[in-house]
Design a protein around this ligand. Sequence first.
Ligand code: NI
Length: 227
Amino acid sequence: MLLQIPDVLDARQLAEARRLLADAPWSDGRDSAGSQAAQVKRNQQLPHDCAAARHVRDAVIGAVEREPLFLSAALPRRLFTPRINRYGGDTPSYGEHVDNAIRFRADDGERVRTDISCTVFLSEPDAYEGGELLIQDTFGPRTIKLPAGHAVLYPGTSVHQVTPVTRGWRIACFFWIESMIRSDEQRRLLYELDLAITRLRNRHGDDAETVALTGTYHNLLRMWADT
Ligand code: NI
């Protein structure tokens, strides 16, 4: 499932992020890629321990953990420490690749299974040319380029790339999510059921049927979830 989440970061948070990122210590992005991915990865990223990276990732984690759409769609169990990366100049693209299934979190060495990928766009689309996130979805290729502050969630299983940036810089925050629900199909069913129940409840208030459907949702979650 591919899902866009608008306004994860607000204008004030974006302005602060851009101020900090303007003179941050960018380094070669290849040191964090698997061997297949490293051959096609041409970008820059921030060291985990720099002040700008710390500030932006705290803002992003704080925001997604309060975002109902994110929680419902991802059903997160753990998050990989978000990275901040940029594309442009001599480091303009990330060719077609798949992400390693298991990553080790920098801060505590904890294993994270990469069920879902999340990109939060930090540059406005008119600040750069190219730089689309191109995802091979089950329905064919999908091109994603979102306004600053918006996020996209996509399955970690998909082949994807960032197309070459030919003008300006594309800055984004990126992380993986290990979900309580390993299967993309099951996660999608739960998300759609949750969405339908919420809409029913908003339209009609609670009744015996919404209570029963909510019970079914939680019983499916109980059946499928690893906590
Ligand atoms: Ni990737």
